[in-house]
Write a protein that binds this ligand. Sequence first.
Ligand code: UFG
Length: 327
Amino acid sequence: MRLLVTGGAGFIGAVTVRRLCEAGHEPIVLDDLSAGHREAVAGMELVVGDFGERALLRDLLGSKKIDAVVHFAASSLVGESVQRPGEYYRNNLERSLALLDVLRERGVMRLVLSSTAAVYGEPVVIPMDEEHPTRPTNPYGETKLALEKALRWYHAAYGFASVSLRYFNAAGASADGSLGEVHDPETHLVPNVLRAALTDDPVPVFGTDYATHDGTAVRDYVHVEDLADGHVRALESLERMGGASVLNLGNGAGFSVLQVIEAARRITGKPIPIRKASRRPGDPESLVASSGRARREIGWTPRFPGLESILETAWRFARTHPHGYRS
Ligand code: UFG
């Protein structure tokens, strides 16, 4: 399939773009490079621009026949979304609706959406399947949930087919060590812990008073290569599945912040000092997936389900790219 991949130069996007090529698809990356990296899509077709700009989209879709869209581009930081909600509604909802309008106008009726476990909010039961109540605790989760709902109505009204992939905590790096997580500023736990391993600066632990076994927040870390595989499978199943589906992608195992740091100490052989800090606004206590539906519907089976393999690949990338893609 010929694909438009918005945000394809970002962390999960770039690993997925590579996987899509390996599976015989032809991705065209649309990325404004505000968070993505040109180096991560070297050799790929890249259009630098705004995915919500109608004129650009009309040009692009007019000049190339596109079969489907994989929509990664978004603002995706939980804490930042609490500070700057308007930006999140504009970037994640308003611009995505502009994209959907132009897609419909041009007859491109298939889309895979990057959604998130942040749509669930505080856990009612663990693990969470797709029927778990959706009560986001931050604007990031709210905007993704609103977009998922819009996709449901677009299916009802126009037959628009979509799969929203609710990923849990993406981490790790590509198996060959060349693509990894590079954000500025970096807010995510795994790269921050590994940077602390390199620099010996303490890593902040946000919240030590959660009702979890050690007081720190619990997350389900899922390898970026497994997420990439989930996108290829979802895309290839879109026609068969039809409708507007939602699928969790996670391993079903929760690790606390302190457990991640402990595992990173073992893998890196470094002391990794910590600094206790207060909770980060908008952070739920625990997010752990039940991904049975993805296994059944698209045959998704993680190849790197262990925290060790996630940390090992991320560590290899962190060591070889201490200054991001510029090193
Ligand atoms: N944390 C720390 N210290 C840090 C960074 C993070 O203690 O330096 C804590 C956070 O407070 C949180 C946990 O580690 O409790 C995980 O935080 P991340 O920033 O790595 O990830 P989030 O859970 O906030 O969010 C990520 C993605 C979202 C996605 C969510 C789904 O960034 O896009 O996972 O679970 F919605």
